[in-house]
Design a protein around this ligand. Structure first.
Ligand code: SF4
Ligand code: SF4
Length: 200
């Protein structure tokens, strides 16, 4: 029987990575993982993941930064919190996955073949710009940047939503958008390329 094995080298590790993840409030218990596998066992989507949540925790803790950040698991996670609820060491697995997602986007390591990272990036950019999300614009940007042909198959749905006022075409803006923008900038969390639009 042929065995597929990935050899990981000590030199691939980033010794500071686990510390950086654990510095995020709520993520500090990553170091307590006993690799029991409960999280992967209860995860309804682990079947489709390249690494189950248990493996992602192990990769992050061991400092295999790139492998953890490139994992499709981050984007398949449905945020159901089943793993977090069942973890015997009270590790906030779902929140750690969120942290890894943010890092993957920031560092350009999110897979380009999945629409979820593009959706997350466009959502965050829109909130940075105007403090609100305009669904129609979000959907159009998503289709444009991932699979614009798919929009053709959903035009009926879009029209129906528009008729019911659920899909406004006019961009929406929150009253406190400028303050929110300043807060995000102070925290270094504003999306790149949105400054001019936000101030216009
Ligand atoms: S359930 Fe908790 S302790 Fe067990 S492998 Fe998952 S993260 Fe680690
Ligand atoms: S939160 Fe994500 S990783 Fe955890 S059980 Fe649900 S889908 Fe799986």
């Amino acid at each position: 029987m042929k065995l597929d094995r990935t050899i990981r080298l000590e030199g691939d590790r980033d010794p500071n990575f686990a510390r950086q993840v654990m510095a995020i409030p709520g993520c500090e218990r990553l170091k307590d993982c006993i690799q029991c596998g409960t999280c992967s066992g209860v995860c309804p989507l682990s079947l489709y993941m390249d690494h189950g949540p248990r493996q992602v925790m192990a990769l992050a803790r061991a400092g295999f930064r790139e492998e953890a950040l490139r994992s499709r698991t981050l984007w398949l996670c449905a945020s159901c919190y089943a793993c977090t609820t069942e973890c015997p060491r009270q590790i906030r697995i779902t929140d750690i996955l969120y942290e890894l997602k943010q890092r993957a986007i920031r560092e350009g390591l999110a897979p380009r073949t999945l629409p979820t990272p593009t959706l997350a990036r466009e959502f965050a950019a829109m909130v940075s710009r105007r403090g609100r999300v305009t669904e129609s614009e979000l959907v159009m940007r998503l289709y444009w940047k991932t699979d614009w042909l798919a929009a053709l198959g959903n035009w009926r749905l879009g029209l129906g939503l528009m008729k019911r006022g659920r899909f406004p075409l006019r961009p929406e803006r929150a009253a406190g958008a400028a303050e929110l923008r300043r807060m995000l900038e102070d925290r270094g969390e504003a999306e790149e390329g949105t400054k001019e639009v936000a101030r216009s």
